[in-house]
Design a protein. Sequence first.
Length: 270
Amino acid sequence: MSAMKVALTIAGSDSCGGAGIQADLKTFAALGVYGMSVITAVTAQNTTGVVSVRELDAEIIRDQIDCLFKDIKIDAVKIGMVSSAEIIDVIGERLRAHRARHIVVDPVMVSKSGCHLLRPESREELVKVLFPIAEVVTPNLFEAGVITGMKIENLSQMEEAAVRIHELGAKNVVVKGGHLTGEAVDVLYDGECFRHLRGRRIETKNTHGTGCTFSSAIAAYLADGHPVSEAVRRAKEYITGAIEHSFSLGRGVGPTDHFYLYRREGSSHG
Ligand SMILES: Nc1ncnc2c1ncn2[C@@H]1O[C@H](COP(=O)(O)OP(=O)(O)O)[C@@H](O)[C@H]1O
Ligand SMILES: Cc1ncc(COP(=O)(O)O)c(N)n1
């Protein structure tokens, strides 16, 4: 039997379990990869919104990263909510020191419910420190707009944004079209070619954590040894199925079903 593959998520905790660390670990488990976590911040959050946020201090974030890399071979890393410039700097510095491979950066800025998960004044630091070490970055339309200063409303603008973000140091860029209307198309750019990742649009309000789930699925497939284009294609297939099986939980935006591949006929939530 081949060795178990290991993926690490560096992200914030979402107490309601649909996004952040919890979504990432569920995704790793569902895709057969051993998951580990470095928590950057704790959010008190439910399906209707974020109530409060506490950042952890840089020292405990550094210690979490160092003790894992000193002990365990890590096949891929996903980075989500990073909250502040100080946290970004310690993550960047330690991942470089440990020569971490297969890094996926989801440049999380604002939750779907409208709460800042990255201090707006730290956005430039995220791009400057984390994009150059990323194998893949996965901005949504809002994030791609903030990073490039562009207004992005169609596929050709998504392509242009992907080129500009590539110039900022990310090897591969996926601009996600989840917030457009019509087919859910994402654009992958590797510095040479564009690839359109097409998925059927699912009519549902339950999309809490879709970006977290997508980026951690990319990391899981990279950990498994797939090349970037194949990892992204498989992750797109996985997130589309997870959204198709999303369900209502609480009074707000419900989560996707990370384990839909395993549910038997008749045992789903309906
Ligand atoms: N309603 C939907 N139907 C199908 N795919 C979707 C839908 N909403 C988002 N997606 C897909 O989910 C992934 C995450 O995208 P998105 O929701 O835009 O990210 P974020 O959570 O960062 O805003 C992308 O592959 C996107 O195309
Ligand atoms: C801890 C944490 N990380 C990321 C998100 C983004 O997820 P969404 O955009 O679906 O709100 C979140 N809500 N909470």
